[in-house]
Design a protein around this ligand. Structure first.
Ligand code: GUN
Ligand code: FE
Length: 411
């Protein structure tokens, strides 16, 4: 298969730029790139097209796609009144399967080909979700949510059961070695410290250590949440609760991380743990604006996620623009479109340990979004990437290739 156009390629550590090129895809991998030449005989793309790596969403909840827009509640009330009832429906495995199929099509339709996603507490439904997402060729991580308190009893399980189930998922969907063909794997996913007893957190940390797998959870999203963590864990800091359970290392991804002290940031930085910045969810739930620049300056690794359904944009290009807007609101250093676009591709791939995706380079999995901007983005006199980002329209997407397979027909 041949794909051609203006290719989005990383330049430097945190930037990307455009360069014309023609990509040859063989057996799902990028086999060859002819630079500075846009083939007229490409299967997909051509002159005027933007070819970007598939987008990667570093924090997203599969069962929450049907509750986007449940407005007006702060986090802890939103969880109880909107989120937990929606997640309880995944007790029905057939429902979970049907919904996962719908969600996969939505993700792909918006150009997302890699995820770090949460399922629900239901073991069989989490297994089904992973298998379905694998069948679509999706890259990344999915976790069965672990919670044993502070939620309706129907979606809590005993800690011992959850720890056993997390081990079963690791046996069945291991993290695997770097390769262009590495399948989606299971991540250990304690929901957040409030919904987990210390026994459960420690058990989760043990499984993560044993299997050297990824961990994902939530951290310091609202002040009320931080206060409750203090009450539940003898006044310990939120970060140290995870640290003490063995859940803070370079394979752990924490959603939000808004309300953190300087010493919290030092611990995050030294442990190499990742904050998944969720700018749309943070404004939707009025949780606060995360200071991304301050975290980067402190050496904390920062990814970016849609956090659907607290977040409301399925398109990672829209989430990237929201990252820039959030920075503008607090007078933070203003990231460029090239930096924001890097975050949703190579940057997220890097922090999720997905060395086979996120950039257009030989040997990488062929995950490509083929878009035809219907604006004069290349002749506008302004930065073409900035124009493509702010004017972005999902109707520009003509094809989404995952592992070399044109997939848009699926949605
Ligand atoms: N904290 C714990 N669970 C959740 C969730 O599902 N969404 C968000 N935004 N924050 C959480
Ligand atoms: Fe979340």
């Amino acid at each position: 298969m041949i794909v051609a156009g203006n290719l989005l390629v990383p330049s430097g550590l945190h930037e990307c730029s455009l360069r014309p090129g023609t990509i040859r895809v063989v057996d799902g991998l990028i086999q060859q790139i002819q630079w500075d030449e846009i083939s007229e005989h490409a299967d997909f793309g051509g002159e005027g097209f933007l070819i970007t790596p598939g987008f990667i969403d570093a924090h997203v909840h599969l069962p929450q796609f049907d509750l986007i827009g449940a407005h007006g509640m702060p986090l802890l009330r939103w969880l109880m009144e909107a989120t937990f009832p929606a997640e309880a429906k995944w007790a029905d495995v057939d429902y979970a399967k049907e919904m996962t199929g719908r969600v996969a099509k939505q993700l792909i339709g918006h150009g997302t080909t890699g995820i770090a996603a949460y399922a629900t507490v239901h073991h069989q439904s989490a297994i089904a979700a992973i298998e379905i997402l694998r069948s679509f060729g999706m890259h990344g991580l999915v976790g069965q949510v672990l919670m044993d308190r502070e939620a309706p009893s129907e979606i809590c399980r005993p800690a011992t059961q959850l720890i056993d189930e997390a081990a079963v998922l690791q046996e069945r969907f291991p993290t695997g070695n770097d390769s262009g063909a590495r399948p989606l794997s299971a991540a250990v996913t304690p929901r957040f410290a409030i919904a987990c007893t210390e026994e459960l957190l420690i058990g989760a940390g043990r499984i993560a250590e044993q299997y050297q797998c990824f961990v994902q959870s939530h951290l310091a999203e609202t002040q009320a949440e931080c206060d409750l963590v203090g009450q539940l864990f003898d006044g310990r800091s939120y970060v140290s609760v995870y640290q003490d359970a063995g859940l803070l290392n370079e394979r752990s991804i924490y959603g939000h991380g808004i309300h953190l002290s300087a010493s919290d940031l030092t611990e995050m930085s030294e442990s190499r743990a990742v904050i998944a910045h969720c700018p749309t969810a943070n404004s939707f739930l009025r949780s606060g604006i995360m200071n991304r620049h301050e975290r980067c300056e402190a050496g904390v690794r920062v990814a970016i996620g849609s956090d659907i359904g607290a977040g409301y944009h399925r398109s990672m290009v829209r989430v990237a623009a929201a990252l820039i807007e959030a920075a503008a609101m607090i007078g933070d250093e203003f990231p460029t479109a090239a930096q924001a676009w890097h975050c949703i591709t190579a940057g997220n791939a890097n922090v999720l340990g997905l060395s086979e995706v996120g950039s257009i380079q030989v040997g990488h999995s062929a995950d490509l979004v083929v878009a035809r901007p219907n604006i004069a983005w290349l002749a506008g006199g302004a930065d073409p990437l900035s124009m493509a980002m702010w004017a972005w329209d999902d109707r520009w997407i003509e094809e989404v290739v995952i592992r070399g397979r044109p997939s848009l027909t699926l949605s």
